[in-house]
Design a protein around this ligand. Structure first.
Ligand SMILES: NC(=O)C1=CN([C@@H]2O[C@H](COP(=O)(O)OP(=O)(O)OC[C@H]3O[C@@H](n4cnc5c(N)ncnc54)[C@H](OP(=O)(O)O)[C@@H]3O)[C@@H](O)[C@H]2O)C=CC1
Ligand SMILES: O=C(O)CCC(=O)C(=O)O
Length: 478
C-alpha cells in the first residue's frame, strides 16, 4: 500500500515510522498508510517555515488570494471523493462528511477574499502634526495542532487564515485521521505555495506535537483538542512567551421550555446530541427540560431515537455512524456504566450493535432522571450519550445551563421572545442558539467559547485576524 508522506521544506519525505488509518465502520478496511514524522523532521519543518517567513510575509495579496482560491476550487470539485474519504476514516455519515468538506472549501474561499480586504487605520495623534497608523502584520511561524473529529474543517479554519495573513505553517493533524489532512495538504501544495510556507508533519502528539510546543522556532500555536492537552499547550506557550489559542471541550446545555414547539425541540435535541455520533465539542450533551413538557419530550425523543439508523458511515440511509475507535468507545461505555451507578435511568439505547462489518457501533443512549452533580452531567463524554435533567421553570433551567466549567455553546427551545432574549444575554457561552442545535455553525462568523472551553481570540470569520496578525502602531512626524 502506498505510503502517504509528510511535506517538509518543499518536498514529500518518508519517515521511519508509518501508521495504518483504519475505517471505524469496518475495521478490516485500511484507508491508507501514513508517515509518522520524527522529532528531527518536525524541527526541519519548523526551520523551513522560519526560512520561508520573510518572503511570504511580504508576498503580494494577489498571490495569496489566488492560492487560497485554487485550494477552495479543487476541494469543491472533489467534494464527493473527499467526503467519502472523511466518512471512511472518521465515521461521520457521507452527507455529514461531504458537508464538512464543502465547509472547508467555503473557508478557503472566505479567506482568499480576506487577503484583498486587509486594512489598517490612520488616526490623528494627541500631539499636533503627528500621524498615527495602525497596521496588521503576520505573526510568523504558526504551529497548528488539530483533533480527529473534524478532520478537514478544523485544519481549514486554521490553515486558511494563517496563510491569508502572511504566516507560514507547520501543521500536525490528529494521528487517528491523517487521510483528509494529507489530501488537503496535497491540494495546498499543488495550488503553488512557495517552498517552506506550508509543512505537513503527520505523527504522534507526544512526538510531533511536543516538538512544536517546545521549539523556540514557533511563534504561535493554534490548538483544538482536549482540555488536558490544551493545558500543556498553554504551559509551553507561556514558557516561550508566544501567542496561543485553545479550543477545547464542552458540556453544552439545550434548555427546552414548556412553551417550546415539541417537534422543533425534538429535532434540535436529536441533531445536537447524536448526529456526528455526538463527537462534537458543540454537542448538546445536557438536555435541561422544564416539568410541563418533560414527559412528552422524553417520549418523543425516545421515538425518534428508535427510528435512527446506526450503521456504516458510507451506507445510504445511515443517520449515525460508528464511534471513531475502540478507545473512544470504551470511554462512552464507561460513562454509560457511571450514569447507571449514579442512579440515572437509561431510558434508551447504550447497547453495542452488530452490523454487516466489524465496527464500533453504539446505539445512541439517553439518560433521564439525572441531577446536576452527576459525572455524566459534568464531564465531557464525546459520544452519542445525552442526559435529561428535569427543572421547574426557566430560572432553574438557566442556572442549570450555566452550572458547568465549560462555556462553548448553549441552546434554548422556546416560543417566548422574553425567555429567548433573556437567555441570549445570560447564557455563559461563546455561542447561543435559539430553536437551533448547539452544534453546526456558520463559517464566516466567530467560533469559540468561554470558561474552560476556550482561551485566546476567536477563530473563523474576520475575527481570525486577531490571532493570526499582530498590530503595529506607527507614529510619523512628516
Ligand atoms: N472546542 C473545540 O472547538 C473542539 C474541541 N474538541 C475536543 O477535543 C477532544 C477530542 O479530540 P482529541 O483529538 O482526542 O484531543 P487530544 O487533545 O488528545 O488531541 C488533539 C491534538 O493534540 C495532539 N496532542 C496530544 N498530545 C499532545 C502533546 N503532549 N503535545 C502536543 N500535541 C499533543 C493530538 O495528537 P494525537 O493525534 O497523536 O493524539 C491531536 O493532534 C475532545 O475533548 C473535544 O471536546 C474537539 C473538536 C473541537
Ligand atoms: O459545530 C460545529 O459545526 C463544529 C464545531 C466543532 O468543531 C466541534 O463541535 O467539535
Amino acid at each position: 500500500m502506498t505510503l502517504h508522506q509528510n511535506f517538509i521544506a518543499g518536498s514529500w519525505v518518508d519517515a521511519g515510522e508509518a501508521a495504518e488509518n483504519i475505517n471505524p465502520s469496518d475495521t478490516g478496511d485500511v484507508v491508507g498508510r501514513y508517515a509518522r514524522a520524527s522529532r528531527e523532521q518536525a524541527e526541519q519543518a519548523i526551520a523551513a517555515a522560519r526560512a520561508a517567513f520573510p518572503a511570504w510575509s511580504r508576498s503580494g495579496i494577489q498571490q495569496r488570494h489566488d492560492i487560497l482560491k485554487k485550494v477552495s476550487d479543487e476541494i469543491v470539485a472533489r467534494k464527493d471523493e473527499l467526503g467519502r474519504l472523511l466518512a471512511r476514516e472518521e465515521g461521520k455519515t457521507l452527507p455529514e462528511a461531504t458537508g464538512e468538506v464543502l465547509r472547508a472549501a467555503q473557508i478557503f474561499d472566505f479567506f482568499s477574499g480576506e487577503t484583498l480586504r486587509l486594512s489598517g487605520e490612520k488616526l490623528p495623534s494627541t500631539r499636533p502634526g503627528i500621524d498615527v497608523e495602525l497596521t496588521r502584520e503576520p505573526v510568523g511561524v504558526i504551529g497548528i495542532i488539530t483533533p480527529w473529529n473534524f478532520p478537514i474543517a478544523i485544519p481549514a479554519w486554521k490553515i486558511a487564515p494563517a496563510l491569508a495573513y502572511g504566516n507560514t505553517v507547520v501543521f500536525k493533524p490528529a494521528d487517528l485521521v491523517p487521510g483528509s489532512a494529507w489530501a488537503l495538504a496535497d491540494i495546498i501544495v499543488r495550488a503553488g505555495v512557495p517552498e517552506g510556507v506550508f509543512n505537513l508533519v503527520m505523527g504522534r502528539g507526544s512526538v510531533v506535537g511536543d516538538t512544536l510546543l517546545n521549539s523556540p522556532g514557533v511563534d504561535a500555536i493554534t490548538f483544538t483538542g482536549s482540555v488536558g492537552t490544551g493545558k500543556k499547550v498553554a504551559a509551553a506557550c507561556v514558557e516561550h512567551m508566544r501567542k496561543f489559542q485553545l479550543e477545547m471541550g464542552g458540556k453544552n446545555p439545550l434548555v427546552v421550555l414548556d412553551d417550546a414547539d415539541l417537534d422543533v425541540a425534538v429535532d434540535v435535541a436529536v441533531n445536537g446530541a447524536f448526529f456526528s455520533t455526538g463527537q462534537r465539542c458543540t454537542a448538546s450533551s445536557r438536555l435541561v427540560v422544564t416539568e410541563g413538557i418533560h414527559d412528552r419530550f422524553v417520549a418523543a425523543v425516545g421515538e425518534r431515537l428508535k427510528a435512527l439508523v446506526v450503521d456504516d458511515a458510507v451506507k445510504p440511509g445511515t443517520h449515525v455512524g460508528p464511534v471513531v475507535d475502540q478507545s473512544q468507545l470504551d470511554q462512552d461505555m464507561s460513562y454509560i456504566d457511571i450514569g447507571k451507578q449514579e442512579g440515572a435511568r437509561l431510558a434508551f439505547g447504550g447497547d453495542l450493535l452488530k452490523r454487516d462489518t466489524p465496527g464500533f457501533y453504539l446505539q445512541p443512549a439517553l439518560f433521564t432522571e439525572t441531577t446536576a452533580g452527576m459525572r455524566i452531567n459534568r464531564e465531557e463524554i464525546f459520544g452519542p450519550v445525552a442526559s435529561v435533567m428535569r427543572v421547574k421553570n426557566y430560572d432553574e433551567a438557566l442556572a442549570a445551563a450555566n452550572d458547568t466549567v465549560f462555556g462553548l455553546s448553549s441552546g434554548i427551545c422556546t416560543t417566548s421572545l422574553k425567555h429567548a432574549s433573556h437567555f441570549k444575554r445570560n447564557a455563559e457561552a461563546g455561542m447561543v442558539m435559539v430553536n437551533l442545535p448547539t452544534a453546526g455553525v456558520d463559517y464566516h462568523v466567530p467560533f469559540g467559547g468561554r470558561k474552560g472551553s476556550s482561551f485566546g481570540p476567536r477563530e473563523q470569520g474576520r475575527y481570525a485576524a486577531e490571532f493570526f496578525t499582530t498590530v503595529k502602531t506607527a507614529y510619523t512626524l512628516p
